[in-house]
Design a protein around this ligand. Structure first.
Ligand code: FAD
Length: 413
């Protein structure tokens, strides 16, 4: 959080300083091309990729059909949790921890906080060795983590009912990223630093030999760059039906915001961390009332398949009844409070939850970036850096490759 407004001069200065590090291999202007890179998709992955490439002094055009972090993009929600609790998976634990530093820095450059350090609390029905392994991994990286008995949690957060819970894991330095505003702030910085942004729809690219010489927009214009990055979230299967296809399956996810009692500060960000309830396989999670939107609660279980363009985004009565029944068990004071707002978003699920980031198998100058699978937002800064490196010849992470992702339905998710 900062209390000074961002100035264009300060911004440009900061980015220029950063960009004045060595220009990486391969970012020299592509001869005869308008840009070194066109990045398609201004969600969290495309925005961080474009920002990082521009910081490396590449000429970058970022385009989006509906605008950065628009209402139907997966990045378009109010808040996203950043946490390093990844069940002991070193890859995502490190990516999240590295990314947090960059999110903090982005937040500090803007007048209104983009990161709220409310902490993150996991509540578990029983202890097991995996919890300790994950804590050990995080502590080895210097991440503050506390393992808490129920009595401690009850003293600190009496708003929760802990009936079936035996312990908690609390990460005091984690919290909430203001999703939509963060992406929009990043695109503003990108443009202020000399990047170009346009609102336009790109058509599915067509076969052109070993690489693309241009991509077509729906208004008939052709964009020509040295390299192309497609970070199109749940729309990737539509753009690349043969290569991505069923490797990404968007699922409907309902999100609810409830209004606490008037004057009740127990559910505000000073009183309650973000939380994840591990007591069922479906995982409810939520946030305190941040920026007065209301107390947020959602279910992590994958909802029905969804078409991001045509889906009916109204909340059903049954879904609301289910979430009220959950609140009655865990946050009883909120169970009958008014629904302040609801949203329907979509996860862009890979078959195993790993990110899907790879070079197109047929076109050497095209990269596909997606598969955030309900946990990708926090990794935006790390993904931007990774993709910038990858397009410049850096080694690939095997878990992200197309070959590591089966189409849904071909083997168990
Ligand atoms: C309800 C919900 C809760 C979540 N909670 C968390 C969380 O707590 N923590 C976390 O880390 N992650 C979370 N996630 C996951 C995270 O938000 C996503 O993984 C991430 O936002 C995906 O970003 P993206 O850039 O890949 O896709 P998107 O944000 O969908 O961006 C893709 C963009 O591509 C554009 N596009 C598509 N096709 C075209 C085209 N043909 N031409 C031009 N533009 C095009 C779209 O308009 C869109 O803006 C959550 C997701 C949801 C839905």
């Amino acid at each position: 959080m900062t209390d000074f407004p961002v100035s264009r001069r300060g911004l440009l200065g900061g980015l220029t300083m950063a960009g004045a590090m060595t220009a990486p291999r391969g970012t020299a202007a592509a001869p005869g091309k308008s840009w070194d890179y066109v990045v398609v998709g201004a969600g969290v992955f495309g925005a961080w990729t474009a920002w990082t490439l521009r910081r490396r002094r590449a000429r970058v055009l970022l385009v989006d059909a509906w605008g950065p972090a628009h209402a139907r993009a997966s990045s378009g929600g109010e808040t996203r949790l950043i946490r390093t609790e990844y069940a002991g998976d070193p890859l995502y634990t490190r990516m999240a921890w590295d990314s947090l530093a960059e999110w903090r820095s982005l937040s500090a450059r803007h007048e209104n906080a983009l990161f709220h350090q409310v902490g993150a609390l996991y509540i578990f029905p029983r202890d097991d060795a995996g919890i300790d392994r994950s804590i050990a991994l995080q502590r080895a990286l210097g991440i503050p983590v506390e393992k808490l008995p129920v009595a401690d949690m009850h003293r600190r957060w009496p708003q929760l009912s802990y009936a079936d819970i035996t312990l908690g894991v609390y990460q005091p330095t984690m919290g909430a990223l203001m999703a939509r505003r963060s992406v929009q702030a990043l695109v503003t910085e990108f443009v202020a630093a000399g990047g170009e942004y346009r609102q336009m729809e790109i058509l599915p690219p067509r076969a052109q030999g070993q690489g693309l010489s241009g991509i077509e927009a729906s208004d008939g214009r052709t964009l020509s760059a040295g390299r192309y990055v497609f970070a199109c979230g749940p729309w990737l299967p539509r753009l690349f039906p043969d290569v991505v296809g069923a490797r990404i399956a968007p699922s409907r996810q309902d999100v609810f915001f409830f209004a606490p009692d008037p004057g009740d500060a127990r559910f505000g960000e000073a009183s309650l961390p973000a939380w994840v309830d591990m007591s069922s396989a479906d995982l409810h999670y939520g946030f305190p009332d941040i920026e007065s939107r209301g107390f947020k609660v959602a279910l992590d279980a994958h909802g029905p398949k969804i078409d991001p363009d045509t889906a009916d985004r109204r909340i059903g009565d049954q879904a609301l009844a289910d979430v009220r029944a959950y609140l009655a068990r865990r946050f009883p004071a909120l169970a009958q409070r008014p629904l302040a707002e609801s949203r329907v978003c979509q996860y862009e699920n890979s078959d195993n939850g790993d990110l899907l980031i790879d070079r197109h198998p047929g076109w050497g100058n095209v990269w596909i970036v997606g598969g955030g699978s309900g946990h990708g937002f926090k990794h935006g800064p790390a993904v931007g850096r990774y993709v910038a490196g990858l397009t410049d010849g850096a080694a690939a992470e095997p878990r992200f490759l197309l070959a590591a992702h089966a189409p849904h339905g071909e083997r168990p998710a």
